[in-house]
Design a protein around this ligand. Structure first.
Ligand SMILES: [Cu+2]
Length: 180
């Protein structure tokens, strides 16, 4: 009669389990609990009735384990929402549309803020004036996370951050130069 030694049985069990774990692990990693994409500090600036554009800022946090990408944005309060980046060309500040969207790395936060690297959202053709204290609705479309609707706080004209005043570059035109 041949008995399998206990150590050998353990090795056999490990040999059977390891491939199963190898298959299960990547699937579990792709399903984080809760929403992978969160938006914080979404705000825009007060505008006059004849404003051609309004600027919008926000921070996007990726709590997931996969990279995502902001591919487009829309608002019922504007004709179109564009993603812009500000660049310096020969000492002149210019805005141009962002190509291929804004990458949001896993575990990272991307800040579309006045001092956060020059990327912002531009509400082109606001349908009405934005008054301080109002809320403006914005829908963000992500490659993986899909659509996300956020309410932006309307801060004072020229604000540099939410709920604070200060000198800003004010109203600016797509492809033009910021006011200062
Ligand atoms: Cu812009």
């Amino acid at each position: 009669m041949i008995r399998t030694p206990p150590r050998r049985r353990l090795l056999l069990a490990t040999a059977v389990l390891l491939p199963i774990l190898a298959v299960l692990r990547p699937a579990a990693a792709q399903q984080p609990s809760g929403p992978a994409i969160e938006v914080e500090r979404a705000w825009t600036r007060a505008t006059g009735p004849s404003a051609q554009t309004a600027v919008a800022y926000l921070a996007i946090r990726n709590r997931g384990t996969a990279p995502d990408r902001l591919v487009s944005a829309a608002s019922p309060d504007a004709r179109v929402v564009e993603m812009h980046e500000t660049t310096m060309e020969g000492g002149v500040m210019r805005m141009r549309p962002v190509q291929d969207g804004v990458a949001i790395p896993p575990g990272g936060v991307v800040r579309l803020e006045p001092d956060g690297g020059g990327v912002h959202l531009m509400l082109v053709g606001p349908r009405h004036a934005f008054a301080r204290g109002d809320r403006v609705s914005l829908t963000l479309t992500f490659e993986r996370a899909g659509d996300l609707r956020v309410e932006m706080a309307v801060e004072a004209a020229g604000a540099r951050r939410p709920a604070a005043g200060g000198g800003g570059h004010g109203e600016h035109m797509p492809g033009g130069r910021p006011g200062g």
